[in-house]
Design a protein around this ligand. Structure first.
Ligand code: LMR
Length: 334
């Protein structure tokens, strides 16, 4: 330490920031890419307010929505590096870290969200939460958004209607293969860039959930929507494993409690939003929402399903079987 600091008696001043930081709450960063009025946005805000109520003096959750801090590919790396505490990227975006989560991108795997939920809560589903621990990423739980729908700037009913069109995809080899199967050109883009890419005509189509389409106004440039329900867009809530395990037990317990409530709330928002945003889009005069017949859906299924065989080995047959088993309601639910 510089002698003049000691001579002038300034040492206590130097210690001030340390004392202040010991007293001010520890900031926990939660970064995501959607708006605050979405299932994920509302879940993050709920988590923030429960932490504020229960652990306010010691922790403060700072939420960065709408890709204001970083995009999803960057945030997964940042969580692995311990630079961001929480994120909830789409399950389709983890291909750089594990092949097993590719399961969730397989087209027409789950018939509805109840089946998705059953699988996620099953032993096989819960086992996937720890599938990236080697990379210091820990899954704390699943969050729903909903089933994906296809949209385009022109009418379409059959897979061949999309041939040659450029379709935005989340960065996922399975989704790339899915669009290649139907002769469309997949274009991986960050969520924040989709609206502009649609507006400029750089891409002609995309797939997303009702709430993502509606909250980002994709319908402005995608007036043709199909109730295809051909895949799921759900999230994995992740944290940095070393950070999480390094927390005092009581704090970890309280943060888990807050997260659990926030996830349950987020899931109920997802169900309501999916229904309401779907209805609102159907009511718009400038938008056409096409409901395919069972026979038409079968054509889409047959066109896309060869993707399963391509990724079966990487994912693991046992996981595909577990997901298929969860597709059938249990006796008590029927
Ligand atoms: C997308 O990129 O389309 C989604 O993952 C965005 C999101 O987080 O719902």
């Amino acid at each position: 330490m510089k002698k003049w600091i000691v001579r002038l008696g300034l040492v206590p001043l130097l210690l001030l920031p340390l004392l202040a930081s010991a007293e001010s709450p520890r900031q926990l960063v939660f970064s995501h890419v959607v708006g605050p009025d979405t299932p994920k946005g509302k879940m993050a805000t709920m988590f923030q307010s429960i932490v504020e109520q229960k652990l306010g003096g010691r922790y403060q959750v700072v939420v960065h929505p709408n890709s204001t801090l970083m995009n999803d590919v960057e945030v997964i790396d940042a969580v692995a590096a311990g630079e961001v505490h929480f994120a909830a990227p789409s399950l389709s975006k983890f291909a750089g870290y594990t092949s097993r989560l590719k399961l969730f991108s397989l087209p027409f795997l789950f018939p509805d969200m109840a089946a998705v939920d059953r699988f996620q809560q099953s032993e096989a589903g819960r086992g996937l939460l720890t599938s990236m621990q080697d990379s210091n990423i820990l899954g704390l739980g699943y969050l729903h958004n909903g089933l994906k729908q296809l949209t385009a700037d022109r009418p379409f009913h059959e897979p061949q209607d999309l041939a040659g069109l450029r379709f935005r995809i989340m960065d996922s080899p399975v989704l790339r293969a899915q669009f290649e199967q139907i002769g469309a050109e997949p274009v991986p883009l960050a969520f924040a860039d989709v609206y502009d890419a649609l507006a400029s005509g750089m891409i002609q189509g995309q797939e997303n959930t009702w709430s993502n389409i509606y909250s980002k106004n994709f319908q402005h440039h995608q007036p043709y929507l199909m109730e295809s329900n051909h895949g799921v867009l759900d999230y994995l809530l992740i944290t940095n494993n070393a950070f999480w395990q390094g927390l005092p037990d009581e704090d970890r317990r309280m943060l888990s409690y807050a997260m659990d409530i926030a996830l349950r709330y987020g899931n109920s928002v997802a169900t309501a939003k999916s229904r309401n945003d779907h209805q609102d889009l159907k009511r718009m005069r400038e938008v056409t929402v096409y409901r395919p017949s069972e026979a038409e859906l079968d054509t889409w299924r047959r066109a896309m399903q060869p993707v399963w065989a391509e990724f079966e080995e990487a994912i693991g047959r046992h996981l595909i079987d577990a997901a298929l088993a969860a597709s059938k309601p249990s006796a008590g639910e029927r």
